[in-house]
Design a protein around this ligand. Structure first.
Ligand code: ADP
Length: 594
């Protein structure tokens, strides 16, 4: 599909044309043309087209948009399938690209108070494009969508309920960029995204950090607005909110004046007078103390977020640098990473200096043998926008299968060492009841779980024994125990919380406490019929239950001998109104797997 992407700002219009194949990795999309109209003024603007700069007579968004068809024609681009618009704020409702009909436009317009600087310009761009191409489908892709997987603990400000009721919460931005570079990093490392914990540092004029665990954004440094977090070109990033009262009382500043200064006169500009990192680095090298301090503050803030996000994810597999500074400043990358060896993060200084990003390369710059991979790659927001719209335009293939749903109540899988600690040396568990997965059974014995808040007795033990003990509870059980168990796939236990297991002969403190991520066991034949392969992610709609529900991102695990069934936990079953087990029709919407 051929997609024209627009990124309309208050004084510029960036555009690009891409050819994308649905389902293929985004990095394989073909870039046909890229350009921008910049610095609209009364006597025209600058036009950049695939590296060439000229002046153009257009002084605003709509006249520049009207000039695009001729530019495309000149480049041999005469047929388009759709137009995709970058929109800054999609609030809590736009989780995916949205087709721009008038109802959707009205919903986006209603979000303007959340992004007063960005959304109006984006919408002006949409209006101009609709006037120029009235017959083409137009889509919006939102900077916020990727972060809507952030858990409530990351998005909720601890402020009065009446404030939160207005929709005030953290959202996060640069989502398209973080999503792209995380995918690109996984591709370059040759590992599935769902196995990785990644921190992406987008360091451009705007800057943000994002924690991406198993392909999902779980936290990011920008908040309700793009002002929170890292130091930026002209934005302050994190400040004490107490500053507002102080500035109002002591300096007599209005809300608008304070906001203006935090957006436009702060960050590198506030610290040095220049918002451009190249200037700041040159001045620091020439001995300017203000510039040196600014660089220190900039790197220190980024390091704090790396530490915080590694803690939030329980570890770190890869750090990715992108954005003008992340891509081009070896000295900033080094300042940020030096001294982080304690967490397995160490650069190779020669590789760091030799970074070459030609042809969408994503070179690795960690020291040989360092545990954390460090990559640099150019962000490709326009390409990712085109790719997301291409996939949204391809109707998902719905497959209806009759898959039984099994509700997994809390249980443990024990190692030999745990069995002996709980039941005595040399003890062997007694299989009492076979399970439907071949070779699996429930034991006659039971254990008690003990946490800082409470105990849960009579918990089932499932065999056979495993090399590592794993304790599977629901989120509700976690509150009863006073422990915060992460949602994990079976066997993915590094960095999970400890819980005490109590048996008749003793107790054991062990890690391995998880809320099991929902999944479908599927045998090879059923997978073939459904057109699924191991590792696919599907949306599953349960229609036959008391309260029909769609579960997103259900992992399909294909093995030859599997009994095909879907496993969900008790909280999920309650939400779907499932009493015990159902053998209903399950509608699988196939989605792009990572
Ligand atoms: P935007 O967020 O507007 O897309 P960019 O991603 O292009 O911005 O980033 C712009 C920033 O990147 C500026 O601060 C610029 O100075 C910085 N930058 C670009 N090249 C270099 C370089 N070689 N060394 C240091 N900083 C650089």
């Amino acid at each position: 599909m051929r997609i024209l992407v627009f990124n309309a700002g208050s004084s510029s219009l960036k555009f690009g044309v891409f050819d994308c194949q649905p389902g293929r990795p985004a990095s394989q999309a073909r870039h046909i043309l890229k350009g921008s109209f910049e610095r609209f003024g009364t006597d025209g603007c600058t036009l950049r087209l695939d590296g060439n700069t000229t002046t153009a007579p257009h002084c605003d968004l709509s006249s520049a948009t009207r000039a695009v068809p001729e530019i495309l024609h000149g480049a041999g681009v005469d047929k388009l399938d759709a137009i995709a618009h970058r929109v800054a704020h999609g609030g809590a409702e736009f989780t995916a690209p949205a087709l721009l009909d008038s109802a959707t436009l009205a919903r986006i317009e209603a979000l303007t108070p959340l992004a007063p600087l960005h959304n109006p310009a984006n919408l002006d761009g949409v209006a101009a494009a609709r006037a120029t191409w009235p017959d083409l489908p137009q889509w919006a892709v939102f900077d916020t969508s990727f972060h809507l997987t952030n858990p409530a603990r990351a998005t909720t400000y601890a402020v009065p309920e009446t404030w939160r009721a207005t929709g005030l919460r953290r959202f996060g931005f640069h989502g398209t960029s973080h999503k792209y570079v995380a995918q690109r990093a996984a591709e370059a490392l040759g590992q599935p995204l769902r196995d990785l914990r990644i921190i992406s540092l987008h360091l451009g004029n705007g800057a943000s950090a994002c924690a991406i665990a198993r392909g999902e954004s779980i936290d990011s440094s920008m908040g309700m607005t793009p002002l929170e977090g890292l130091i930026m070109g002209t934005r302050s990033g994190d400040v004490d909110p107490g500053l507002f009262g102080y500035l109002a009382r002591e300096m007599g500043l209005s809300v608008a004046e304070i906001e203006d200064a935090l957006y436009a006169e702060s960050g590198l500009k506030g610290l040095t007078g220049s918002s451009d990192m190249r200037d700041v680095e040159d001045r620091a090298a020439a001995g300017d103390a203000q510039a040196q301090l600014a660089i220190n503050i900039y790197a220190y803030r980024a390091r704090k977020y790396i530490g915080a996000y590694a803690a939030a994810m329980g570890g770190l597999d890869a750090l990715v640098f992108t954005g003008g500074i992340g891509e081009n400043s070896p000295s900033m990358r080094r300042r940020i990473c030096d001294g982080m060896q304690f967490m397995g993060l160490k650069l190779d200084h020669d590789r760091n200096l030799a970074v070459d990003l030609t042809d969408r390369a994503a070179p690795q710059i960690q020291a040989y043998g360092a545990r954390v991979n460090v990559l640099v790659t150019e962000t490709a927001e326009q390409l990712m926008i085109a790719y997301d719209v291409t996939n949204a335009m391809v109707k998902p293939k719905d497959t209806v299968l009759k898959v039984p749903v099994a509700v997994s109540a809390r249980h443990v899988h024990l190692s030999q060492a745990s069995v002996e600690a709980l039941f005595g040396p040399g003890y062997t568990l007694t299989p009492a009841k076979p399970l439907r997965q071949k070779g699996h059974w429930a034991a006659q014995e039971r254990v008690t779980l003990h946490g800082p808040k409470g105990e849960i007795a009579n918990v089932a033990i499932l065999g056979p024994l495993r090399p590592r003990t794993q304790v599977e509870i629901s989120r509700t059980d976690g509150f009863a125990l006073g422990l915060d168990a992460p949602v994990r796939q079976s066997g993915d236990l590094d960095g999970t919380p400890h819980v005490r297991l109590i048996g008749p002969a003793g107790c054991q403190d062990t890690d391995g406490l998880i809320v099991a991520a929902r999944h479908i066991h599927m045998n090879t034949e059923d997978a073939r019929i459904a057109g699924l392969s191991d590792g696919a992610l599907v949306d599953v709609t349960l229609d036959d239950t008391g309260r029909g529900l769609t579960f997103a991102d259900v992992l399909v695990r294909v093995t030859d001998a599997a009994f095909t069934e879907m496993h969900i936990d008790t909280d999920e079953a309650n939400a779907a109104g499932i009493k015990d087990q159902i053998a209903g029709h399950v509608r699988l919407s196939l989605r792009e797997a990572d």
